[in-house]
Design a protein around this ligand. Structure first.
Ligand code: ADP
Ligand code: MG
Length: 319
């Protein structure tokens, strides 16, 4: 890899919360401090860096805070798009604090800037007819029915294993990152940019009016769109496994070290990758190299350095 290249890194849930943690402010801050050491290595080597991140547990907690605030104090709960914006601000702040501190410690005079990012989706996306993504708290049947009277358009599914009903929302495909030009300009001005957090805030456009919608965009697919639009050289997804495996969790499990986009598509179609976890990551990597990106990588968070040298992770190339 060449210094001066632009790299977009997508952070998974483990960058902010580890297994067994409650998600206290201090836990999340400490995890970002640890993550920042890996990210600062990239900046120190002279790469331009854009960071995106997930927000599953955080937006879940924010939705609960709003629901509890309404119940206990009559403070009106906000819709999902507003809760998504809150988590982009909160997580962006953590990264600004943690990464800026680490950069300063190394004598690098670079600032980290968070862009509240909206992502345009198609109002006719088939996902709107088929909500699949569970969000927010578990409800009893009575609670669920009460909520349905107030919000008849809400869809709930029963989770028998965990005993309760849960709201599901659509997960539409990201079409366009609204703030792409501002993000690219910030990169060119020398800033490290945090953008499209939690997959971005989904919006639809009706004429010139933009409206937030109650949906969740996959963060890896949105990160890929952003990487494409700002012409990133490399797209790196950091997660809690070494890379994409075939026969995952079965006899004959094998880590894919290097794959072409067409090979990866075959594995995708034969069901090798978990829906909602590894599937969208592999799809995002295929899209990136097919759109002209040099390379896409899926790697374990702490192996970023080795992955960039080609010694760890799954590497995708066009072919
Ligand atoms: P993140 O928060 O990083 O997006 P996810 O849980 O969404 O993490 O995705 C990573 C998970 O994908 C792994 O922990 C693993 O359990 C799961 N997974 C499903 N299929 C595969 C596969 N074929 N290879 C590797 N991991 C897989
Ligand atoms: Mg995920």
């Amino acid at each position: 890899m060449l210094h001066g290249e632009l790299i977009l890194v997508a952070l998974g849930g483990n960058a902010l919360m580890r297994r067994g943690e409650k998600g206290t402010y201090q836990e999340q801050y400490n995890n970002i401090v640890a993550t920042s050491k890996h990210l600062a290595d990239i900046v120190e080597q002279g790469y331009k860096l854009v960071i995106t991140h997930g927000n599953g547990p955080q937006v879940g907690a924010t939705l609960l805070r709003h629901a509890a605030g309404q119940k206990l104090y009559g403070i009106p709960a906000f819709p999902m798009d507003a809760c998504g914006a809150e988590t982009q601000g909160f997580i962006g702040y953590l990264i600004q604090q943690g990464l800026r501190t680490e950069l300063k410690r190394r004598g690098l005079d670079k600032y980290v800037i968070t862009v509240i990012t909206r992502v345009l989706v198609d109002k006719d996306d088939p996902a709107f007819e088929n909500p699949t993504k569970p969000v927010g708290p578990f409800y009893t049947r009575e609670e669920m029915e009460r909520i349905r009277q107030e919000y008849p358009h809400y869809v709930f599914v029963e989770d028998k294993a965990r005993g309760g009903w849960r709201r599901v929302v659509p997960s539409p495909d990201p079409k366009l990152i609204a703030e792409r030009v501002a993000i690219r300009n910030l990169v060119d001005a020398g800033f490290v940019v945090v953008a499209s957090g939690g997959g971005g805030i989904p919006i639809i456009e009706e004429g010139y009016v933009a409206k937030g919608v109650e949906a969740v965009i996959d963060k890896d697919l949105a990160g890929e769109r952003l990487a494409e639009l700002i012409k990133a050289d490399r797209f790196i997804i950091l997660t809690d496994v070494e890379g994409a495996y075939i026969n995952f969790g079965k006899p004959g499990q094998k880590l894919l070290r290097e794959v072409t986009s067409s090979e990866a598509r075959r594995y995708l179609e034969s069901g090798e990758f978990g829906q909602g976890s590894m599937y969208p990551k592999v799809l995002a990597c295929i899209r990136f190299v097919e759109a002209g990106g040099k390379e896409a990588i899926i790697a374990e968070l702490s192996q970023l350095h080795q992955a960039m040298k080609g010694e760890a992770g799954t590497h995708f190339r066009l072919g």
